[in-house]
Structure formats: C-alpha cells, structure tokens
Design a binder for this molecule. Structure first.
Ligand code: ITT
Length: 200
C-alpha cells in the first residue's frame, strides 16, 4: 500500500511549541485539519534519542500511541560549527525549564567567544516524522546553513531566530517576514521532502 496524507484529513502536530505549530500549519498550506498535542493534552515524552531523526520518530510514535491518530512531529535545533555542532539536539534544553531563549542565545554567544574562533557558521536542522497507528513511520530531514550574529536582531519567529542569518541574506530569521522564512527554512526543506513522499 502506498502511504499518503489525504488532503482534508485530521493530523495531530505532536508539538508543545506554539512557534513550531504555527510554522507546521503554514507549511501544510491549510490543507489539513491540524490539532496539536498541547490541545489534546498529550504529555511530552522524554527525548532520549541521540539524533534529530530518532527524536522526531520518538515524538511522533508517542503521540500516535496515546491518541490513536496520525501524528506529525518535528525535532529540530541549531548547530554551531565552532561548538562541534552544539547545542544541536539539546537546543530546547539550553533554554532551561522556563524556556528562556534570551538566555540560550547568550549562552551560544559566550561559548563561541570562549573558543576564540572567528568561525560563526551554523545550521538549523529539522527532522519531520509522520507515524500511523499501525506502527509505520516516515521520516525526512532538512537543513539550512548560515551565520550566528550578535547582538540578536528581530522579534519575529521563535527560539534562536534572532541570532541566525541564513547564507545569502541580510536579515536574520527573527527579522524576516514569516513567509520569507517559510520559503527557505530547514523546516520548509523537510516539508518539501515529506510532501514529495506522502502528498500527491
Ligand atoms: P516540541 O518537542 O514539543 O516540538 P521543542 O521546542 O521542545 O518542542 P525541540 O525538542 O525540537 O522542540 O527543540 C528544538 C529547539 O530548537 C526549539 O525549542 C527552538 O528553540 C530551536 N529551533 C528549532 N527550530 C527553530 C527555528 O525554526 N527557529 C528558531 N529556533 C528553532
């Protein structure tokens, strides 16, 4: 059987991050009835895997087991070359329990300065996993390269967006119109791949 996401169907976005949920809805072009794990009061699983792909599959499967519905999860993060790829899968955890991204961005800047490196290159990764109640799971990944800037610029987006300037652009993700970010982001690229596999 060919796996498909049929337009109009209900899809659980297995995320508790409202910024991410907004982008997921926009990147699916309003073609699905999206309900979030937060709205369904599904608990967040511990992200115990060691890769974006592993954690995306873990979150999608966890939500499917609890809801019995088709679930889509995103595991993502910012990797800094000078920090050997940190914070990477720990991007959310660097913001602490209060999800303080001003603090997390400060930590990124301090760690880069501590290395003495002039290399500010960085990349965002998004792994998207779709899980079905029968245990099937499809996963794809997207990446966008750029530079870490300091100080942070822009109030749009979420998380580390104010310190990430994608290569070939003058604005940070925090300064860009959401549609401009959605035309080039790691998440957009992952969605392109997901659509190529699952959507006619
Ligand atoms: P869920 O697991 O509930 O989806 P989360 O925020 O914990 O929410 P992750 O574990 O995938 O999600 O953590 C990824 C973190 O990386 C996220 O909290 C952001 O701070 C950051 N991040 C990912 N994509 C980003 C983007 O497009 N712009 C800015 N920051 C991003």
């Amino acid at each position: 059987m060919k796996l498909r996401l049929i337009k109009g169907m209900r899809l659980v976005a297995a995320t508790h991050n409202p910024g991410k949920a907004r982008e997921i809805a926009a990147l699916l072009d309003g073609n699905y009835e999206i309900v979030t794990a937060g709205e369904l009061n599904l608990p967040e699983p511990d992200e115990t895997e060691t890769t974006f792909v592993g954690n995306a599959m873990l979150k999608a499967r966890h939500a499917t087991l609890l809801s019995g519905e088709v679930c889509l999860a995103d595991d993502s993060g910012l990797s800094i070359a000078a920090l050997d790829g940190a914070p990477g899968i720990f991007s959310a955890r660097w913001a602490g329990p209060s999800k303080d991204f001003a603090l997390a961005m400060q930590k990124v800047e301090e760690r880069i300065e501590e290395t003495g490196s002039k290399d500010r290159s960085a990349w965002f990764t998004s792994a998207l996993a779709v899980a079905w109640p029968d245990g099937t799971c499809v996963v794809v990944e997207g990446r966008v390269d750029g530079q870490v800037v300091w100080p942070p610029r822009g109030e749009r987006g979420f998380g580390y967006d104010p310190i990430f300037q994608p290569d070939g652009h003058d604005l940070t993700f925090g300064e860009m119109d959401p549609a401009a970010k959605d035309a080039m982001s790691h998440r957009a690229l992952a969605f392109d791949r997901l659509k190529a596999v699952l959507i006619d």
